[in-house]
Design a protein around this ligand. Structure first.
Ligand SMILES: Cc1cc2nc3c(=O)[nH]c(=O)nc-3n(C[C@H](O)[C@H](O)[C@H](O)COP(=O)(O)OP(=O)(O)OC[C@H]3O[C@@H](n4cnc5c(N)ncnc54)[C@H](O)[C@@H]3O)c2cc1C
Length: 296
């Protein structure tokens, strides 16, 4: 399946899981670096160390949205296990989402983050401010780094690039989502993931770690401006059975592009040189990688 692009200098933008997986698929036969401005890898899927575990701050799940995606998910699982070494297990959680596949899976990305960090020369910890497609068809990133190919995900934070001397706008909108994390020692209910919960919280995930449980929830717009104490009250109202040991809020800044902006981005990026990767969902992204690498 993976004949792959060979002997190229490649830049991968950002460190969301799809982009890290692309890094691993290309790295054996190419010189690849990954640009990331944040000191923690993972983008919207970044993990935080708590006690001896890594906790998922943003209720991240890999869920197919249709029969077609569910069928592809099996192919994806084989690729991720065999080629990348990602641990995947069947989920025992009760899942509340619109599409209901036969089986749900949980993915452990932490190992690939740790592995890449051990080879830190692959990571350029720098904010990308300028991308230029040069006369000789190479791509210059910032002032001095030159590549044959650049891979560009959906929500990357740069709002223009240059095609030779012509400036091309690729707008985004900076949005911030708020996520609640609650640690508890015991839980009196089934482990769940729910896309929708109530007017205060959605994307609820209850996860069991070795010595504690971690509950994450995205905070609704109407609670966003409230003080932590008030948000805590709403949590207690929503989950009366849960005894809170620790509660904190995480913020995620996302360089969001709506569908119109994504279509625009896809059209404007050069198909062979600055390649757009659809990272709007994990499954969509990996499906595109499989299709893309098949072509080469
Ligand atoms: C909070 C949140 C949770 C999500 N959860 C899920 C989920 O559970 N399942 C799912 O399928 N989809 C989910 N999505 C949708 C989508 O899959 C993810 O957003 C995915 O990670 C998008 O990948 P991305 O690379 O486009 O953006 P991001 O994940 O935001 O990653 C972009 C990365 O690039 C870095 N970066 C940005 N600009 C620059 C720059 N100029 N220079 C250097 N570095 C830069 C950022 O620091 C970041 O690490 C979620 C989205 C959000 C916002």
């Amino acid at each position: 399946m993976i004949k792959i692009i060979k002997n190229k200098k490649i830049a991968i933008l950002g460190s969301s899981p799809v982009m890290i997986i692309l890094f691993y698929l290309l790295k054996l036969k190419n010189e690849v670096v990954l640009f990331e401005e944040n000191k923690i890898l993972g983008g919207a899927w970044k993990l935080q160390k708590y006690k001896n575990s890594f906790i998922n701050l943003h209720s991240n799940v890999v869920l197919p949205g249709s029969n077609k995606e569910y069928t592809r998910q099996k192919e994806i699982n084989t690729l991720l296990k065999k080629k990348i070494g990602i641990k995947i297990k069947r989920s025992k959680k009760k899942i509340f989402a619109l599409y209901k596949p036969q089986k749900y899976f949980e993915y452990d990305f932490n190992r690939i983050y740790q592995k890449i960090l051990k080879n830190s020369h692959y990571i350029v910890k720098d904010k990308i401010r300028k991308i230029t497609l040069l006369e000789n068809n190479k791509i210059k990133v910032n002032k001095d780094k030159v590549f044959d190919i650049v891979f560009f995900p959906s929500y990357f934070g740069i709002n223009h690039f240059y095609n030779k001397k012509k400036k091309i706008n690729i707008d985004f909108k900076l949005i911030e989502s708020l996520h609640l994390s609650v640690i508890t020692n015991n839980i009196n209910q089934k482990l769940i993931y729910s896309d929708f919960y109530n007017n205060y919280f959605d994307r609820i995930d209850i996860h069991k770690h070795k010595n504690f449980f971690h509950i994450t929830a995205r905070i609704s717009k109407q609670l966003k401006t409230l003080k932590l104490k008030k948000i805590k009250e709403k949590f207690i109202e929503s989950f009366p059975k849960i005894v809170i040991k620790k509660l904190f809020i995480n913020r995620y800044k996302n360089y969001y592009r709506d569908q119109h902006q994504l279509n625009d981005l896809k059209t404007k990026l050069n198909k062979n040189k600055i390649i757009y990767i659809n990272t709007t969902s994990f499954i969509a992204g990996i499906c595109q990688l499989i299709n893309l690498l098949r072509k080469y």
